[in-house]
Design a protein. Structure first.
Length: 391
């Protein structure tokens, strides 16, 4: 198998494919949890807090797991965290009614904190697998291909719920997580950096990395707000069962445009980032009005998704230029941590805004976040440009 934009490199291809499968249940479990909690009769503020706790657990633990992977090696961290997250999902699926709102939130936090660092391990391994010459193309393709997960994952959840229940969907996530990350671990094991003690300052001592993770946090707020607001909008119109399909359509725009960017766009990453985020804000604003009609909402989500993979791939390209090799896994973990923390904030705040002012209020939050991120992106450009130019 060979992807457009990637060099002929079987180990790299296997690592990306296994990494995608390892992340599929992580994409599925968010929507499964939303539908499960809502199906139990809880209001949207409980949905927002529960999903926020899930993502918040991941956001808080991800840098620790990334640093641990740099120090003791990625394999033991992947094995232990996978067993913890998979077991937690199976418990929630087995006894959701007995947990209550507080129990659901607490256990969701534990699952999030145990989430295996597949993203960080894969992206930290890419420079060793691809070499410096192909680095830009590889990150762009990987960022585009991850959108396959958002095309496949939500509709798959919708299908499982249609033929069974949200409880079965969440249990499926737990089983698939354990199996798929086990395969990823076997594939990536020969290519991860060996564990080694690290001295010196934290990776966040780099101002460029701090700006990048802040940008990711604002993008995460947008993701969380759109996710919750989309479900709420369709629920109002009596089409909550179409939420998975709507989120899948959202990802299609990102996938298609991301592949085109990976193959054709050669503008330097530091120059790309500000205008991509500005375009993201401009394409999000119409959702405030389009959510009033489900068909128009689908079209708006498709268009809004067009700049997601390109923006994420651009940030990934910039990370190695502002982080040291011995701290690269932790650096990528921080980017995941901030985007998830932003998602948690976006989900919780948009859940509250939706209760007070409808889905349009949640989409307004989603518009403001990438607009604010353009300010950080301009500062990122001034930090990353010299590093890229020297390289």
């Amino acid at each position: 198998m060979r992807f457009a934009g990637l060099p002929h490199n079987p180990p790299l291809t296997r690592a990306i494919v296994s990494g995608l499968l390892g992340r599929l249940p992580l994409v599925m479990m968010m929507l499964s949890l939303v539908l499960l909690v809502r199906g139990l009769g809880h209001p949207y503020w409980v949905v927002g807090i529960t999903t926020g706790c899930l993502v918040c657990g991941t956001a808080l633990a991800a840098p620790f797991l990334g640093r641990l992977a740099d120090r003791v090696g990625a394999v033991p961290v992947l094995v232990v965290s996978t067993l913890g997250a998979g077991s937690g999902l199976l418990v929630i699926a087995a006894i959701p009614e007995r947990l209550g709102p507080a129990g659901l939130a607490a256990l969701a936090f534990v699952v999030g904190a145990s989430e295996p660092p597949v993203n960080a391990v894969l992206r930290a391994s890419i420079p060793r697998l691809a070499g410096d010459d192909g680095l830009q193309g590889v990150y762009a393709v990987e960022a585009a291909l991850q959108e396959v997960l958002f095309v496949v994952g939500p509709p798959l959840v919708a299908l499982i719920v249609l033929v069974s229940s949200p409880r079965v969907a969440l249990a499926t996530c737990g089983v698939v997580l354990i199996v798929s990350v086990a395969w990823f671990t076997v594939v990536v094991r020969p290519h991860v950096a060996p564990g080694r003690p690290r001295t010196g300052p934290s990776v966040l001592s780099s101002r460029g990395l701090r700006l990048l993770v802040g940008t990711f946090g604002l993008i995460g707020i947008m993701f969380g707000a759109i996710d919750i607001s989309t479900v709420a909008s369709l629920d109002v119109h009596g089409h909550r069962d179409l939420a998975g399909l709507a989120l899948g359509v959202w990802a299609v725009g990102s996938l298609v445009t991301g592949v085109l960017v990976a193959r054709r766009l050669r503008v330097p990453a530091w120059r790309r980032l500000p205008w991509l985020l500005g375009l993201m804000a401009a394409l999000t604003a119409p959702l405030i009005l389009l959510q009033a009609e489900p068909v128009l909402l689908f079209g708006g989500l498709l268009l809004q998704g067009c700049c997601i993979a390109a923006s994420l791939g651009t940030v990934f390209e910039l990370v190695p230029s502002v982080a040291t090799e011995e701290g690269l896994t932790e650096a990528f973990a921080w980017t995941s941590s901030f985007i998830l923390a932003g998602f948690a904030v976006g989900a919780a705040v948009s859940g509250t805004l939706t209760e007070l002012g409808g889905a349009g209020a949640g989409f307004a939050l989603a518009t403001a976040a990438p607009l604010a991120a353009t300010l950080l992106a301009r500062a990122v450009s001034s930090e990353a440009r010299p590093a890229v130019a020297v390289a």
